[in-house]
Design a protein around this ligand. Structure first.
Ligand code: AP5
Ligand code: MG
Length: 217
């Protein structure tokens, strides 16, 4: 059993690195952002409630997210653990994990300064069905505009406009960034607490990957 939390600002590479960790350890990636985007695409009640907040770069309510995550981790593919990508994003969400007795083994924080994030996110392309992430310059698909494994078209997300990226960064600094310190303190206290590890996310994708995988092994 291995449960991992990936922390980091928008565009830090959480989705990119989750895919590598998922392959290496055979545990699923749980991206609350990807789940919300599929709910929007399917037109569900959750999707309707989430759309406005996501377009504005804010956070979806803790209650909705906590229920979504609890339901997801009860699925059989999470029996050996999972990777939380983009969750928790508030102290209340982190406390909900503790209250529900969901034990975390590792917290992996990927740090990238704000000025690098805007250029990264405008070049991102994603395969919506699998969550696979590309970048036109830093991680291009084999054939422009299509997914390597399925040949299906890649899309650009609705929240990739520069204004929205700046709003997402503000939300991150106001509500999420403090989770790094929160888990660092817990880790130092020892006991049942998760181990905390920090990585420099401005390095090449493969370098970050090697550092994370060798730390987790
Ligand atoms: P979410 O989908 O989680 O978005 P995010 O946190 O803003 O992060 P991103 O997915 O944009 O970036 P990433 O870190 O995954 O980076 P990626 O690997 O793609 O959330 C979206 C929205 O949903 C939120 O704004 C909120 O409204 C809502 N939401 C989600 N979870 C919630 C929660 N728990 N509570 C409340 N609301 C929630 O990489 C980015 C690009 O950079 C790619 O093109 C990639 O190829 C490239 N890249 C990656 N690493 C490198 C590298 N080392 N060097 C160069 N390029 C790189
Ligand atoms: Mg992501």
């Amino acid at each position: 059993m291995m449960r991992i939390i990936l922390l980091g600002p928008p565009g830090a590479g959480k989705g990119t690195q989750s895919q590598f960790i998922s392959k290496e350890f055979g545990i699923p990636q749980i991206s609350t952002g990807d789940m919300l985007r599929s709910a929007i695409a399917e037109g569900t009640e959750l999707g309707k409630q989430a759309k406005g907040v996501m377009d504005a770069g804010g956070l979806v309510s803790d209650d909705l997210i906590i229920n979504l995550v609890k339901e997801r981790i009860s699925k059989p593919d999470c029996a050996n653990g999972c990777i939380f990508d983009g969750f928790p994003r508030t102290i209340a969400q982190a406390e909900a994990l503790v209250d529900a007795d969901i034990k975390i083994d590792h917290v992996v924080e990927i740090s990238v300064p704000d000025d690098e994030i805007v250029s990264r996110l405008s070049g991102r392309r994603q395969h919506p069905a699998s969550g696979r992430v590309y970048h036109v310059k830093y991680n291009p698909p084999k054939v422009e505009g299509v997914d390597d494994e399925t040949g299906e078209p890649l899309i650009q997300r609705d929240d990739a406009q520069e204004d929205t990226i700046r709003d997402r960064l503000k939300t991150y600094h106001d509500q999420t960034a403090m989770l790094g310190g929160f888990y660092q303190d817990k880790s130092k206290a020892g006991g049942d607490a998760p181990e905390y590890h920090q990585f420099d996310g401005t390095q090449d994708i493969d370098v970050v990957k090697e550092q994370i995988l060798s730390t987790l092994k």
